[in-house]
Design a protein around this ligand. Structure first.
Ligand SMILES: C[S@@+](CC[C@H](N)C(=O)[O-])C[C@H]1O[C@@H](n2cnc3c(N)ncnc32)[C@H](O)[C@@H]1O
Length: 275
């Protein structure tokens, strides 16, 4: 039997990048003339940092079999191959998948808010959508916006393996179009998870606030609001996405109609509510 070994994900969060840098620094220190005292200290720092994620994973409620299968299928896909033809495309990669601890956190938010209607902006292969759907009541619905038809059908195939998949309705179109359409149709949601194009975050936020898309008392969750630490690193080290997220965080922080908190979970998750 041939076993497919999942590709190892890149470090894409402030914490995993920090662990990788510490690991490299420790290796460097070991190969150079570094004092025992500094080596011992570096080893302690590395052990403290590197132990956090495995511990969070171990002591967080395990994901469902359907989510494990979806994550495995995502990690086995060669995303680079799909885009090697030079098409103008959005680059997709397995690291986009939020994963176990963030998925369980989102699921917990759905339970805590007693949400019956959830909107996801940016679905990828469907991990966070399915995690949240698992917490919805049987008559609950999750509308997922995704622009890429390939990942949309990839996700829909995975949803068929879960009893909760039927709660998910996928809208394949640019998210801004779908948000305008849903707003015009008078739809509203108890929880909205934003995780699509970072450069459009401010627009998503404005449409949500200017329409009735967010139900009274509703919660907005926004992913990647630390953007690998770029938001607090010197601005010349920021990518286009880093700059966009720094601007998004500034817009939210200066809006007196909302209150918010940035949780240092994975790549940063901001919770926002209208006041
Ligand atoms: C970070 S991934 C979403 C990850 C997913 N929420 C999860 O946790 O597994 C971002 C997704 O947004 C999609 N996307 C990017 N720009 C978009 C747009 N303008 N409209 C809709 N979807 C978009 C991408 O194709 C990608 O699948």
């Amino acid at each position: 039997m041939t076993l497919t070994i999942p590709n190892k994900p890149r470090a894409v969060t402030p914490h995993t990048i920090l662990v990788e840098l510490l690991h490299n620094t420790l290796q460097l220190a070991r190969s150079t003339n570094t004092s025992e005292e500094v080596l011992t200290s570096l080893q302690q720092i590395y052990t403290l940092a590197a132990g956090l994620e495995p511990y969070l994973n171990e002591y967080t409620t395990p994901e469902s079999d359907a989510l494990t299968a979806l994550a495995q299928k995502t990690s086995q896909e060669d995303w680079s191959k799909r885009f090697s033809d030079g098409e103008t495309v959005r680059q997709l990669e397995q690291e986009m998948l939020s994963g176990h601890v963030e998925g369980q956190t989102l699921k917990m938010f759905v339970h805590m808010t007693k949400a019956k209607r959830v909107l996801e902006v940016g679905m990828f292969t469907g991990y966070s959508a399915l995690a949240m759907a698992e917490a919805l009541p049987s008559d609950g619905i999750l509308v997922a916006c995704e622009v890429d038809s390939y990942v949309a059908s990839f996700a829909q195939t995975c949803f068929q393996n879960s009893p909760h998949g039927s709660k998910i309705r996928v809208e394949v179109a640019p998210a801004l179009d779908t948000l305008h359409k849903l707003a015009q149709q008078g739809e509203s949601f108890d929880l909205i998870f934003i995780d699509a194009d970072k450069k459009e975050y401010v627009k998503y936020f404005n449409i949500i606030l200017d329409s009735n898309l967010l139900a009274p008392g509703g919660l907005i969750c926004v992913d990647n609001t630390l953007m690998q630490g770029q938001v607090y690193l010197p601005s010349e080290q920021r990518s286009v996405n880093g700059q966009a997220i720094a601007e998004f965080n500034r817009v939210v922080a200066s809006d007196s109609c909302v209150e918010q908190v940035i949780l240092p979970l994975r790549d940063g998750v901001t919770l926002i509510r209208k006041v």
